[in-house]
Ligand binder design. Structure first.
Ligand code: CTP
Ligand code: MG
Length: 232
């Protein structure tokens, strides 16, 4: 059985004043609902855990129950309280999974507009036997290192990739990664890699960008408008 964790328990400080990012209303829907609907529509995902700030659990449960797409979906959706860091939020989501789950996707609510094809590609590679899968895209900026305020050398961008979500794992590997003490990481694949497990890449998408700054929100709204115009 495949399950997904949606991490939605952050504050969204970089997005500026307003509701926490995952609950921020974007074109009439809380941000987390966009990727929840996409994951609910994937027939291979049986169970989704949405991890939200503890003060938002009841409100989010209520919203999902009344959502015309996620509400009636055959996918079981649970809502649990997250922690102080993303890593803690993933661990809390993982701890709430049913016994029958053998593969887990971890997805950031902030990557609200992830295309269904990216989710499908990650699952396909997992079903092919990979233990850890991440969507990646090429880096478009020229990247330079900087240490203690001093600019260093340019890093060859052809050898670099930006890593997105959903990231997919066998449950066993992800649980083991989260049990390894002393490692702090911004994503789950980094934790898994610290165990010596190979992480494989599939094609990500520019549309799976992480909404972080106010300008990202403007881009997201434009994409939503374009998608709605296309489906009319
Ligand atoms: N997240 C989480 N629990 C936390 C922190 C973050 O579940 N304690 C989630 C966020 O809700 C987001 C994802 O992890 O979907 C990626 O984090 P980020 O983009 O940094 O979001 P925020 O932490 O909310 O934003 P900021 O860092 O600007 O405050
Ligand atoms: Mg953050």
């Amino acid at each position: 059985m495949i399950a997904a964790i949606i991490t939605a328990a952050g504050s969204g400080l970089r997005l500026g004043p307003g509701d926490p990012k995952a609950q921020r209303m974007v074109r009439g829907l809380p941000l987390f609902v966009y990727s929840l609907r996409t994951l609910c529509a994937n027939q291979l995902i049986d169970h989704i855990v949405v991890v939200v700030r503890s003060d938002a659990v009841d409100e989010v449960k209520d919203f999902i129950a009344h959502d015309p797409i996620a509400g009636p979906s055959s996918t079981e959706v649970n809502v649990v309280a997250g922690g102080a860091t993303r890593q803690e939020s993933v661990a809390l989501g993982l701890a709430s999974m049913d016994a029958g789950v053998d593969h887990v996707l971890v997805h950031d609510a902030a990557r609200a507009l992830v295309p269904a094809e990216v989710v499908e590609a990650v699952i396909a590679r997992l079903m092919d036997g990979a233990l850890a899968v991440v969507p990646v895209i090429e880096v478009t900026d020229t990247i330079r290192s900087q240490v203690d305020g001093v600019l260093g050398v340019v890093v060859d961008r052809n050898s670099l990739r930006s890593v997105q979500t959903p990231q997919g794992f066998t449950r066993e590997v992800l649980v083991r990664a989260h049990q390894s003490v002393g490692v702090a990481a911004t994503d789950d694949a980094s934790l898994v890699e610290a165990l010596g497990v190979q992480v494989v890449g599939v094609n990500g998408s520019p549309e799976a960008f992480k909404i972080t700054y106010p300008t990202d929100l403007i881009f997201a709204e434009a994409l939503i408008d374009q998608q709605e115009a296309g489906s009319r």
